[in-house]
Ligand binder design. Structure first.
Ligand code: HEM
Ligand code: HEM
Length: 134
């Protein structure tokens, strides 16, 4: 049972890191296009694709690789789904909000709250389930 959770944690860690590097790719291309077209009003989208996408997710992946008991736990799964379902909504929503669609704001707020909730579970998960590999 313990080994099943650890094995799942190790798999989840790889998925976190693979998704993170896709965010890095999208984030730097976005930055380049933003710089080339002088549309720096979209900097918060670029910043958070790179920071909530690449940096936070790669770190989660590395941490869950080190502590697969946490990565494969129920809290780890909830963290994964909340973060990964809400982040694309938040980023696309923020893009359209900054492009002049104020009616989108409620979706950006709601998805951001879900991301924060996921990160709260991440924190709880590390305190509850972070232990040396068996
Ligand atoms: C080749 C890759 C990248 C390009 C071309 C690029 C381009 C840019 C540009 C044009 C801005 C707007 C600057 C301004 O407001 O005048 C910016 C802001 C920013 N970028 Fe990047 N960026 C790149 C990679 C990254 C990466 C990898 C990260 C984070 C891991 C990052 C984080 C940020 C942050 C946090 C800001 C906002 C800074 C602020 O508001 O003061 N960028 N970037
Ligand atoms: C759901 C979580 C988050 C929310 C709701 C959030 C919200 C915000 C907001 C409202 C701003 C001001 C943007 C503006 O100038 O108009 C901001 C800026 C910034 N945030 Fe976040 N943030 C979150 C997570 C993070 C994380 C995890 C990091 C770093 C790892 C980060 C790094 C930054 C940086 C560097 C800036 C300044 C760059 C910019 O102007 O875009 N944020 N954030």
């Amino acid at each position: 049972m313990i080994n099943d959770i650890e094995a799942r944690g190790a798999r989840m860690a790889q998925i976190w890191i693979k998704l993170a590097v896709l965010y890095l790719l999208v984030g730097v291309v976005f930055g380049l296009v933003m710089a080339a077209t002088h549309h720096v009003e979209f900097a918060p989208v670029h910043a958070h694709i790179n920071l909530l996408g690449w940096a936070s997710m790669a770190l989660a992946g590395v941490i869950y690789h080190l502590f697969p008991q946490a990565g494969g736990s129920r809290l780890g799964l909830w963290h994964f789904w909340l973060h990964n379902l809400a982040l694309p909504v938040a980023m696309v929503g923020l893009f359209f909000l900054l492009a002049g669609h104020p009616e989108i704001e409620k979706y950006v707020i709601a998805s951001s709250v879900v991301i924060v909730l996921g990160i709260l579970l991440f924190a709880i998960n590390l305190f509850v389930n972070m232990r040396a590999r068996s």
